[in-house]
Ligand binder design. Structure first.
Ligand code: GAR
Length: 208
């Protein structure tokens, strides 16, 4: 059974999707053993507490640099004996001291079709605002491994939705969460826990 540590910063609907999947037996060979929040007020913490999942708060505000913050996160991940780390709406880019310690063991959900609308500065609603500004007709979400470059690690799964002419960033965000993120994130986590993701030449391939 793999220890899954989930990192959050906000509402935690992706965390909830993972908890629901685990409770209904859809995370095979994995258990959420800890939730770590960068934000003491994140509603995600409540979701974890409601499900008796241990929590830790490591406030981003208390650290002056990304490197110092990442060292604190790394320490917690080591203490928790994490086998898999899931960034579920985690709004801080981790330094390479974390990504190098856990190669192909950190999974992120990004709310767009990488390599579009991603990288530094593209997070949360900003992503959907940029999508609507550009006028693309398809968007979606990407589940990928995390490496030292923001949103540039190997892609595991992607799913799409149509962008409609009267969408607001909030409406598009909700469509992508409901139709893609909440389904594909638990699926990717379950595949990882069953060792069904192969890495070949830096790319991820799923064995279904
Ligand atoms: C989700 O849409 C997630 O994809 C996005 O933030 C939202 C968090 O929602 N993540 C990023 O933008 C990371 N770059 P949640 O807290 O309800 O899961």
């Amino acid at each position: 059974m793999k220890n899954i540590v989930v990192l959050v910063s906000g509402g935690g609907t992706n965390l909830q999707a993972l908890i629901d999947a685990e409770n209904s037996g859809n995370i095979k060979n994995g258990k959420i053993t800890c939730v770590i929040s960068s934000n003491p007020d994140a509603y995600a913490l409540k979701r974890a507490e409601n499900n008796n999942i241990p929590t830790r708060v490591i406030p981003r505000k208390e650290y002056s640099s990304s490197v110092d913050y990442s060292k604190a996160i790394l320490n917690a991940l080591n203490e928790e004996k994490a086998d898999l780390i899931v960034l579920a709406g985690f709004m801080t880019i981790l330094d390479k001291c974390v990504t190098e310690a856990y190669p192909y063991k950190i999974i992120n959900v990004h709310p767009a079709l990488i390599p579009s609308f991603c990288g530094e500065g593209f997070y949360g609603l900003k992503v959907h605002e940029a999508v609507l500004d550009y006028g693309v007709k398809l968007s979606g979400a990407t589940i990928h491994f995390v490496n030292e470059k923001a949103d540039a690690g190997a892609i595991i799964l992607q799913g799409t939705v149509n962008v409609l002419h009267d969408d607001t960033p909030e409406i598009l965000q909700k469509r992508i969460m409901e139709n893609v993120e909440w389904k594909l994130l638990p699926k990717a986590v379950s595949l990882f826990c069953q060792d069904k993701i192969d890495i070949i030449n830096g790319k991820a391939f799923v064995r279904e």
